[in-house]
Each structure stands twice: as C-alpha cells, then as structure tokens.
Design a protein around this ligand. Structure first.
Ligand SMILES: *Cc1c(COP(=O)(O)O)cnc(C)c1O
Length: 362
C-alpha cells in the first residue's frame, strides 16, 4: 500500500510539559490524520493529510444505521525517545473481526499497521514526554453511502486520528467504585458485544449516567439472558482474584476481547497465578466477597491499563476491597500487573513476547 503524505502548512501548538499534566483524555488532536476510501470493492487513496473536519450528506448511512467500528491503542515514548506501539497488529486484527460482524470491509493487517506506524512517525513530536502520558490512536471506519434504506453500505471511509493523552491516574493508581447493573443489558447472545462498535456504547450510556449520579464510575454488566453472570464494565474487561485464582468471564460473543485482558492473563500465568476463564455469577462474587475469598478486583483496558476496584455494589449489597492504609487500597497482584504491563509498554522492561514494536523499524 502506498501512502501519500500531505503536510499541514500551519501546525497547532503542542502541549508544553506543564500542560501535559492536565491533558486528560481525547480532548486535543494532532496535526495530521490518516484516511482511505472504499469503493467498488477496494480500498484506495491511502493518505496522511492535515487533520480536518469531515463533511457528509445528511442521508449518509452511518448517521441512520450506525454501521461504524473503531479501535483504541497508544504510542508510548520510551526513556531513550524511541516511540513504541503495543500489540498494534492485534488491534488491526480485532478491527477486522468487528468489520465482519457489522458487514463492513476488512483491511489487510499489514496495511493497517503501516498506516498507524507512518502516521505516528509523522506525529512523533505529539507523543508526550511526561510519565504515564501517551499518544492515543483512534482508528475508525464508517459507512458513507448517500441513501436511506437498511442494507450494507457500498462505500466506506477509514480514518485514524491521534490524541495526546494525560496519565490516567494523576495522583497514582486509585480504586474505583462500580455498580452491578441489574436492569439494562449491554450485549446479548448473537449480538454485537464482541465487536468494537459505537452502538454498544450508545445503548450503555443511560445506565452509566444513572450510576454516575449515585457516585459510581462504571457499571458492571450482567449477561443479557439470565442477568446472572458477570460480563465486563464500560470499556474494560474484569478480573477477580478469588481464592488466589484470577477469574474472568470467558470470551463468548457478548464480551469484547480486550488486548489488555489477554496480556494480563499471560503475565499473571507467568507470575505463577492460575487463570480461569469461566462463567462467574454475581451470587458467587458476593459470597466470595462476604467470605473474604475475593481479595482483589480490577478492570483491564488500554486507557487505564489496570484499574483497581475499591467497591462493588449490587442492589443494596456493598463489597469493599483493599485496605486504604496499605498502598492506597490497591491489591498486590493488581499493582504488580500494572507495573509489569506499563513497564513493557514504555520499554523499561525487555519485551520477551514480541508485543512491542518500534515505529522506526519496519
Ligand atoms: C476496548 C474495550 C475493552 C478493552 O480492550 P483493550 O484492547 O484492552 O483496550 C473492553 N471492553 C470494551 C467494551 C471495549 O470497548
């Protein structure tokens, strides 16, 4: 794939080192973006161009029938200024799995990796320097046919934008409060739960907003059939340390196959922890909390890496985890996994898995 590059004539002001401390997430965008179009059965016009607004006909398919998929990954600046990506080809592969489910065209994994790599090369000065900061990439594919009527679009746009992002935890890792959702569901068997598609989020926003009013930062979804088995939270897979074993929901078609999830499972096994992918009912979870067998719980996802849970609420039942006076209430395994994974991502720990790629090496 040949990627043409048109540089912006005027560059935006990049965040200063001081501003890097308050970047937050997804609010600022870099100078360039990648784009390519799909028509007549093929991708064409791969290009890196100045970051720009997009203009579409009001009848554009994505606005009406939500044929849309996306990805999320980061580029990290190592201490020696190498720019690294973490398992980027896995994101390219997952995008294709989402594409198949949403009846959208796939993209050659190496072509997609090249698009990300070359875009980050062009934007390398946008990869922030401060500890815990990164350049977040958001690959996105949308249906662009200009016609109403429910069927697969014939034309698509694929683009990648970059957003310099702050450290997720400004004051160090902090435990979150989550509420088990017992009214709304996110995914059902045979649905789109395993695909990274906007519709999964659209249907989750109301539950999140209601939980937030009560002081919870996330909802923990239950399965859509029995409202019994623990699934995942907003944009994170969930792990529970029960009786010394790390338990997580099996990857059926209602669970988003997180790359952080997969990485954490590998690292935990290498640390000698038994990992179980199995259905975990909310009753078992509450019982394990009451009996003290549940010792740690955390979410896994690209944005937060590992997010410790301090409180789990289900109806009027509350389970508190961690001792605030010890390491801010963060469990030993949670902390160890966080340190190992971030160590790999920022190139401080040698990569023995082939997960880390340098954007300057083909
Ligand atoms: C993206 C996402 C995750 C986490 O995936 P990672 O590859 O680890 O970032 C988990 N759950 C949902 C619903 C997601 O959209």
């Amino acid at each position: 794939m040949n990627i043409s590059i048109t540089k912006a004539t005027e560059l935006k002001k990049k965040p200063t080192r001081e501003e890097e401390g308050s970047l937050g997430f997804g609010k600022r965008f870099s100078d360039h973006m990648f784009m390519m179009n799909y028509d007549n059965g093929e991708w064409h016009d791969a290009r890196i161009v100045p970051y720009q607004k997009l203009s579409f006909d009001p009848s554009c398919a994505v606005f009406h029938y939500a044929q849309e998929i996306f990805e999320g990954l980061k580029a990290y600046r190592a201490d020696d200024d190498r720019i690294l990506m973490f398992r980027a080809r896995d994101n390219a592969e997952r995008l294709n799995n989402s594409a198949v489910r949403l009846c959208m065209p796939t993209i050659d994994i190496e072509d997609n990796y090249e698009a990300m790599r070359q875009l980050v090369q062009v934007e390398r000065d946008w990869v922030p320097h401060s500890a815990g900061t990164s350049l977040y990439l958001r690959p996105t594919m949308i249906a662009t046919d200009e016609a109403l009527g429910v069927h697969a679009s014939k034309s698509y746009l694929y683009y990648i934008i970059c957003s310099p992002s702050g450290a997720y935890y400004k004051a160090g890792l902090a435990p979150i409060r989550i509420r088990v959702e017992d009214r709304y569901v996110r995914a059902v068997r045979g649905g789109t739960g395993f695909a990274k598609t906007g519709g999964n989020y659209a249907c989750s926003i109301l539950a999140g907003a209601e939980a937030e009013k009560e002081g919870y930062s996330q909802v923990l979804w239950l399965d859509g059939e029995h409202m019994k088995y623990v699934q995942e939270v907003g944009a994170m897979n969930m792990m529970f340390l029960i009786d010394g074993k790390l338990v997580t929901a099996p990857l059926e078609d209602t669970i988003l196959p997180g790359i952080t999830r997969r990485s954490v499972m590998t690292l935990a096994r290498e640390m000698g922890i038994e990992v179980e992918e199995r259905p975990l009912s909310v009753e078992e979870l509450i019982e394990a909390g009451d009996s003290g067998k549940l010792t740690e719980a955390f979410g896994t996802g690209t944005a937060a890496v590992v997010s410790p849970v301090g409180e789990l609420a289900y109806r009027d039942k509350h389970i508190y985890l961690g001792d605030k006076s010890v390491n801010n209430g963060i469990g030993e395994l949670t902390m160890k996994l966080y340190n190992t994974l971030t160590g790999l991502q920022w190139g401080r720990i040698p990569d023995t898995h082939g997960w880390v790629t340098d954007i300057d090496k083909k």
